[in-house]
Design a protein around this ligand. Structure first.
Ligand SMILES: [Zn+2]
Length: 292
């Protein structure tokens, strides 16, 4: 396959065009292992994860990128998050009476959030049209929000997922414009045309150098070192504790009285965090100690 569980950048030096490839194998399977999904949801989830990894590979600072789809169709939400330390996680929710014969996504909307470790978060919202698909929605996001010409190809076979993206880099002098010089326009048209010949089978089954050679054998392509990706969840006992504290001491104690403990399960990785009476006292006394 495309190099599994990694992203890899490539560059056409003479044209100001960059590209990114992603392949997901174990990272995707780890997500499927944690929840049972209908096949159509599995496929969407794979493409969604590949897209999120491609988008995350374009951010230049430490932090993470979250992509969240909401819809009124058979699939209610899909959320994927990728951080700069190679962690990727994802989850989908669908109707209890799921039927593969009805539209998967209706009135779809995707919120893309970029969350830097330091600094303000950025959010962009795009509409998702089921006929046009995820690739086109993301191409629109880059055109509108980032003023970057972008083409994207995504695929998933239920076992592996892969994605391929090219982007025209802005001219230093003209960084907020989609305008390209005649030469750049011609190069962009040629590289997008060559890229568009990529098949799902090639994306899933060829290693990156072979794929690039097959698409661009008459072009000069510089390929960068690949960056690993793995399934990793950013949940922790501490974070779950903060969520429990939002109940307030009184309600938390009432729940303990009733159930003996409070369970806070991570939806992404199914880790169960349990808090007993002693834990609750410790959490809330900690809070009062640290009150400013
Ligand atoms: Zn988790």
């Amino acid at each position: 396959m495309s190099n599994p569980d990694s992203t890899q950048r490539f560059l056409f030096d003479q044209y100001n065009i960059r590209g990114e490839m992603v392949g997901l194998d174990h990272a995707y399977k780890e997500v499927l292992k944690r929840h049972e999904y209908p096949r159509q949801v599995q496929l969407l989830l794979g493409e969604f994860m590949a897209a999120t990894a491609l988008l995350a590979s374009t951010i230049k600072f430490e932090g993470s990128l979250v992509m969240q789809l909401s819809s009124t169709g058979q699939v209610r939400t899909i959320m994927a998050e990728c951080d700069q330390q190679s962690g990727l996680r994802a989850i989908a929710r669908y109707n209890d009476d799921f039927s593969g014969n009805e539209p998967m996504i209706e009135s779809g909307q995707i919120v893309i959030s970029i969350l830097p470790d330091n600094g303000a978060k950025y959010q962009g919202i795009i509409n998702y049209n089921e006929q046009a698909g995820l690739s086109e929605a993301i191409e629109g996001y880059f055109t509108q929000s980032e003023q970057l010409r972008t083409r994207l190809w995504l695929t998933c076979d239920g076992n592996k997922a892969a994605g391929f993206m090219i982007q025209a880099m802005p001219d230093a002098a003209d960084s907020h414009s989609l305008h390209l010089s005649d030469d750049d326009q011609e190069s962009w048209d040629r590289i997008s045309h060559l890229s568009s010949t990529v098949s799902a089978d090639e994306l899933l089954n060829l290693d990156n150098p072979t794929l690039l050679y097959r698409l661009f054998n008459e072009e000069e392509v510089r390929i960068f070192e690949s960056k690993p990706l793995e399934f990793r969840c950013s949940c922790s006992r501490e974070r779950s504790g903060s969520a429990v504290m939002q109940l307030g001491l009184e309600d938390a104690r009432a729940l303990i009285e009733e159930l003996g403990y409070i369970a806070a399960d991570c939806q992404f990785c199914n880790t169960q965090y349990h808090f007993n009476a002693h834990d609750i006292d410790a959490l809330f006394s900690d809070k009062s100690n640290h009150r400013h």
